[in-house]
Ligand binder design. Structure first.
Ligand code: GLC
Length: 430
C-alpha cells in the first residue's frame, strides 16, 4: 500500500479524533483528504440539473423544499433520490456510488460519522475558495463534524441529539438518572407495557446507544489523546446497565431488533414508558393519526449515572461529490438548504434540529417548539463518535461487541476488551 503512516490531529475543539498509525485507506485522496488537482478541480462552474441523495424523508421536509427550489430554478432542477431509513444502507449506497464515480450523486446527505472516511477517500468537494461556505452562524459542533483536518467538506444541514421521551400521563417527573428510571419500571409493569428502549439492532444506532451508555456513566470510548479507553470501570458500568436492563426485561426483548423507526412505532403505539430517540420523533408522534402519545409526550435529557447523561452527537451535512458536473448549482442548492427560512422549515415541519445558532433563541420558534433550548444544550454537550477514516471498522467493533453483551452472549468484560482490541487493530490499519 502506498499510503504512508500518519497521525490525525487529536481532540480539537471537543472533537475526539482517533489516533491512528495506519496503513491503507486507499482511494483517490489518500492521506491528503482530497484530490484538489483532480476531480475536485472539475465542474466548478457547471450549472444544470442535479440529484440530491438522502435517507428516507420521514417527515416530508425535503420534498417541499425541492419543489420550492425547482419552481425558482427551472434550468437547474433537483431530483430527489430517496434512500432507505437505515443508516448503514445509506452509507453503503453512497460508498458504492462514489467508488463508481457516479456523476449523478451531485449532493448527498452525509452522516456526521462519515465525513472523515469520505473526505479521506477524496470523494467530497472541499468547501473552500470558489466553493466556500460561510459557517459563522452555525453551531460549532455541527461545523466540526462536517470538517476533516481543518477543511470543511460539507454544509451542516441538521443536527441531532438524543432525547428521553416519556409518558407524562404515567410518570409526572422525568427521571434524571438511569437508576431512577429503572426504579420507575414498576409503573410500566403495572400498565402492561415495556419500560425503556433505544436502538439495539446491530447497526450504527447501536454504536450511538452503547457510546451514550458508556459516556453517561462517565466513561469514554476514546481518551483525551484519541486512544480507545474501554477497559475502564466506568465503561463497564455503562454497558452493564444496558445488559442488565435487557436481561431483567426492563428493556423488552424486541428492543434488540429496534432501529429508530421500530422504536418510534412501539412508543407511539403505547408499548413503551420511556424511549430514547432523536428530535424527529416529536413531529411524527404529535401529528400522526395513529399515535397514542400525542397529548402525553414528555421530553427530557437522557438519564446518566448521577444526573443527566451525555448524548452522542448525530446529524447530517450536505456534501457535493467531486464527480458532480454541476457544482455551481450544487453549491447554490446547498446554501439554499441552510438559509434561515429553510432551516426554520426543517424545525417546524420535521422537528429536526437546525444548525443556525440564532434559531434556538427565536421566540416565535421556541413558542412552537418549546424543547429547542433543551435540545441546544444536548447538542452542545453531545459527545462525537470517533473521528477517523477507518470509522467502518471502529463502529463494527462497537456494534458487534455491544450487541453480544446486551444479548448476554459475551460478558461485559469480554465485550469491552474485544472492543478495545478491535479498535486498536483498526487503528493499526488491519
Ligand atoms: C441519526 C443521526 C446519525 C446517526 C444515526 C444512527 O440519523 O443523525 O448521526 O448515525 O441516527 O442510526
Amino acid at each position: 500500500m502506498k499510503t504512508p503512516k500518519f497521525l490525525l490531529p487529536v481532540a480539537t475543539a471537543g472533537v475526539l479524533a482517533l489516533t491512528l498509525s495506519a496503513c491503507g485507506g486507499g482511494g483517490g485522496g489518500g492521506t491528503t483528504g482530497g484530490n484538489a488537482g483532480g476531480d475536485a478541480a472539475q465542474g466548478l462552474e457547471g450549472r444544470g440539473p442535479i440529484t440530491y441523495v438522502q435517507g428516507k424523508d420521514n417527515s416530508n421536509v425535503v420534498r417541499p423544499l425541492i419543489e420550492k427550489w425547482n419552481a425558482a430554478h427551472p434550468n437547474e432542477k433537483v431530483t430527489f433520490k430517496e434512500q432507505t431509513d437505515q443508516a448503514d444502507q445509506q452509507h453503503d449506497d453512497l460508498v458504492q456510488n462514489y467508488q463508481a464515480k457516479n456523476a449523478n450523486y451531485d449532493v448527498a446527505s452525509v452522516d456526521v460519522v462519515w465525513t472523515a472516511e469520505f473526505a479521506a477517500k477524496g470523494w467530497l468537494q472541499p468547501l473552500k475558495d470558489k466553493m466556500a461556505l460561510d459557517t459563522a452562524a452555525m453551531l460549532k459542533p455541527t461545523v466540526d463534524s462536517a470538517s476533516y483536518k481543518g477543511t470543511l467538506y460539507a454544509a451542516p444541514v441538521s443536527s441531532d441529539g438524543g432525547i428521553l421521551y416519556y409518558r407524562k400521563d404515567l410518570v409526572p417527573t422525568a427521571p434524571k438518572t438511569w437508576d431512577e428510571m429503572m426504579g420507575m419500571c414498576s409503573v410500566a409493569k403495572a400498565n402492561n407495557m415495556g419500560c425503556f428502549a433505544g436502538q439495539y439492532a446491530k447497526y450504527e444506532g447501536l454504536t450511538v446507544n452503547a457510546s451514550e451508555a458508556i459516556n453517561s456513566f462517565d466513561g469514554s470510548v476514546l481518551d483525551k489523546d484519541g486512544k480507545p479507553s474501554l477497559n475502564s470501570p466506568a465503561a463497564k458500568e455503562g454497558l452493564s446497565a444496558l445488559a442488565k436492563a435487557y436481561a431483567d426485561g426492563n428493556i423488552p426483548k424486541e428492543g434488540i431488533t429496534f432501529q429508530e423507526e421500530q422504536g418510534r412505532q412501539a412508543f407511539q403505539d403505547g408499548k413503551l414508558l420511556f424511549h430514547r430517540n432523536w428530535p424527529y420523533l416529536y413531529n411524527l408522534a404529535t401529528t400522526e393519526g395513529s399515535s397514542k402519545v400525542k397529548d402525553v409526550l414528555g421530553m427530557a435529557a437522557l438519564p446518566g449515572k448521577s444526573g443527566p447523561g451525555a448524548s452522542s452527537l448525530g446529524g447530517h451535512s450536505a456534501a457535493i461529490s467531486v464527480y458532480s458536473k454541476n457544482k455551481a448549482t450544487a453549491l447554490d442548492f446547498v446554501k439554499f438548504l441552510v438559509n434561515e427560512e429553510n432551516q426554520k422549515f426543517f424545525a417546524t415541519q420535521g422537528s429536526l434540529a437546525p444548525v443556525l445558532t440564532s434559531l434556538y433563541g427565536d421566540q416565535a420558534l421556541v413558542a412552537k417548539l418549546p424543547y429547542l433550548p433543551v435540545l441546544k444544550t444536548s447538542i452542545e454537550n453531545a459527545v462525537p463518535r470517533p473521528v477517523t477514516p477507518f470509522y467502518p471498522a471502529v463502529t463494527k467493533a462497537i456494534q458487534e461487541n455491544a450487541y453480544a453483551a446486551i444479548k448476554g452472549e459475551k460478558t461485559v468484560d469480554a465485550a469491552l476488551s474485544d472492543m478495545q482490541k478491535s479498535i486498536e487493530s483498526a487503528s493499526a490499519g488491519q
